[in-house]
Design a protein around this ligand. Structure first.
Ligand code: FES
Length: 95
């Protein structure tokens, strides 16, 4: 491969783009729970399918990703699997 370190750009070539300036707003922090909601630092506004906006001013907002919540778009922990109790040995049915 030829050494190109001493090649100067053509005088009519556009100047290289400046690196992007840092965004003045702080980044919104989001945590992903693979079994449950997305946790977003609030306040949060969610645009729903029908165009309405749901807003939460909580410090940390759990956004439902499973769509089982009765308070959608907010997580109400309905995503948690309900564990069935194993029947006690004396409760087992006989065929
Ligand atoms: S993610 Fe918790 S109810 Fe949907």
């Amino acid at each position: 491969m030829p050494d190109t370190s001493d090649i100067t750009p053509h005088p009519t070539a556009p100047a290289p783009a400046a690196p992007p300036a840092p965004c003045p707003r702080p980044a919104r922090r989001v945590a992903l729970d693979p079994q449950g909601p997305v946790l977003v630092e609030g306040p949060v506004e969610i645009v729903l399918d029908d165009g309405t906006v749901a807003r939460s001013d909580r410090f940390m907002v759990a956004v439902c990703t499973c769509r089982r919540s009765r308070t959608y778009p907010w997580c109400d922990t309905s995503h948690r699997a309900r564990e069935r109790k194993q029947p006690a040995p004396h409760e087992k049915r006989k065929p």
